[in-house]
Design a protein around this ligand. Sequence first.
Ligand code: 5RP
Length: 263
Amino acid sequence: MDWGMRNRLSKIIKPKDGRTVMLAVDHGYFMGPTTGLDYFQKMVNPLIPHADTLMLTRGALRNWVEPTVEVPIVLRVSGGTSILNENLLHEGEVLGIKDAIRLNASGVAWSVLVGAKYERDTILGFTKYIDRCEKYGIPMIAVTAVGKDMVRDARYMSLASRMAAELGAHIVKTYFVEGFEKVVDTCPVPIVIAGGKKLPEPDALKMAYDAIQAGAIGVDMGRNIFQSEDPVAMIQAVNSVVHDNHSPQEAFDLFNKLKSGGQ
Ligand code: 5RP
């Protein structure tokens, strides 16, 4: 792996402990003005100081994020279908690598739709994009997207994660499921978990904790942060699980303390 690729990976995954809190706010690419992100800057600006990486779309970056921001950027480069076609998800390239580089991306993200009707297209598009990532030293984060009707279990997540890694992903983003150790143990590249639909805060913190215990190197979490009753307190609580090995209870205590106005 060349210097540029390693340098960018170290922007996304913090070298001090090999972990990361990625803030996922790319939902608009297929969900439009998602609850919590309808007023993007108002929500995201206060969260940025607590995120190790910001994952978003080119349009959100250009329109709503100051170029002076220091947080490393991961850009979503796949898309093409909306939430209205959730059973027929079919993604292709929506952002070329040169524009991603021009926007100073530290990494890019692409959804692979293993088991879905158009899996072949999304996988071949993904591998073509990885060839370009290798050429320019840009890490690729594979998102193992799961269609509405597909089973979310360790068998499926292991299959999709392992495929993504063998096909060349540098990091895999997947969903936490029971038996997650198997997903991590059989995948040769670092794994981060998505948060998925909003859960009560103690459950989301436990999920992050269990994922880290199972070997994940962090989270790439969206709704469970920005739809929390206190997003700034929640991202700090998640941070404490990922970087300080806080237990779910310690993290929830921190959430409550920060929520009531602490720092
Ligand atoms: C869809 C995605 C997202 O848009 C997003 O990043 C998911 O984050 P969360 O589930 O935590 O809201 O990757 O496949």
